[in-house]
Design a binder for this molecule. Structure first.
Ligand code: AHM
Ligand code: MG
Length: 338
């Protein structure tokens, strides 16, 4: 069987962009390399001294795990090493990281990332992931990156992807021409094309939501969950409930099989829990490229939101088209009392 490695694929696809000079390709390749380094640490996490907390907290007041910090550093190094990136916004850093040397100032791209998503699953050997979004900078090349380079609508993304450290490790990404998935072959240490042109079923039968928060959900979501649970032969209900608690893993399964993932606003998280820049937007870009939808539950497209803060949160409803349409219908028909 002929194998296409991630790097070969990236270079082949460069030809799709008439004026491409290989800069984005180099950036993506370096993300692939950092992913392998992180994968190695994740794989043997129980054997090395890399589990547990470092004793510090990140900007959202969450305890930082050693693997969070490790992954953050590896991706920062990888992106800086690509020499195409002028700055990074990371879940683990309050402020943007600016590469303020000559190479960095000349980089054309900025990257927003969650280096290790699904922190609560690290310790217990459940799938976790990395999420990234790549934008062309708005500030002039040759200068320091600015915060405004990051506060762009998701529709401006030039590439986005995730790495899932699961029963196998995969990298899935898009540059706006479809979605492709690569599985890491540990015997040769390469990501190999395994899932070309991924599409999401437009009709799904799986719903993913943290039902422990049910009582805190908006009315429309409560009603939709009940709808998912009802018996109806024609629409093949009840649907299956599946929730891992790692966005990357829940999203990946739903992308493959069809389904919906919801993280609505709750009393605890009045604007939703997931971060717009490095969780919602990259997943929204991928889902749309695969034929699905991502909205705030009220019909607003995630990719149209204009961020005003680096670590801004947003409600996320993402998945198969029929399911997003249905939950939006419930949100409109069963509004919350004010
Ligand atoms: P993290 O970035 O701190 O890991 O938090 C994000 C994670 C997502 O992966 C997941 O979808 C969500 O938080 C789960 O939250 P909850 O435990 O409230 O269901
Ligand atoms: Mg996260």
């Amino acid at each position: 069987m002929l194998i296409t490695t991630l790097n070969e694929f990236i270079i082949e696809r460069q030809a799709d962009f008439p004026y491409a000079k290989g800069e984005l390709s180099r950036l993506l390749s370096h993300i692939g390399i950092a992913a392998k380094v992180v994968n190695r640490a994740v794989n043997k996490a129980g054997l090395s001294d890399i589990l547990g907390e470092v004793g510090s907290r990140n900007i959202q007041g969450e305890d930082q795990k050693k693997l969070d910090v490790f992954a953050n550093q590896k991706f920062i190094n990888g992106l800086q090493g690509s020499s195409e990136c002028c700055g990074i916004a990371s879940e683990e850093n309050e402020e943007i990281i600016i590469f303020d040397d000559e190479m960095g100032r000349n980089g054309k791209y900025v990257v927003a990332m969650d280096p290790l998503d699904g922190s609560s699953n690290i310790e217990v050997n459940v799938s976790i992931g990395t999420i990234f979004a790549i934008y062309r900078r708005l500030s002039p090349v040759g200068h320091r990156a600015k915060i405004d380079d990051f506060l762009q609508a998701g529709s401006n993304q030039v590439a986005a992807g995730y790495i899932i450290y699961g029963s196998s490790t995969m990298m899935v990404y898009t540059t706006g021409r479809g979605v492709n998935g690569f599985t890491l072959d540990p015997s040769i240490g390469e990501f190999c094309l395994s899932h070309p042109n991924m599409t999401m079923p437009s009709v799904g039968f799986i719903y993913s939501v943290n039902e422990g928060s049910y009582l805190k959900f908006p009315n429309g979501v409560k009603k939709y969950i009940k709808y998912c649970q009802e018996n109806d032969e024609q629409t093949k209900r009840p649907y299956k409930s599946r929730y891992i608690g790692s966005l990357v893993a829940d999203f990946h399964r739903n992308l493959m099989l069809g389904g919906i993932f919801m993280y609505p606003h709750t009393a605890e998280y009045p604007t939703g829990k997931l971060r717009l820049l490095y969780e919602c937007n990259p997943m929204a870009f991928i889902v749309e490229q695969a034929g699905g939808r991502a909205s705030d539950g009220m019909g607003k497209r995630i990719l149209d939101m204009i961020p005003i803060e680096l670590h801004q949160r947003a409600p996320l409803f993402i998945g198969s088209r029929n399911m997003i349409a249905k939950v939006e219908e419930f949100m409109v028909n069963f509004p919350d009392e004010r």
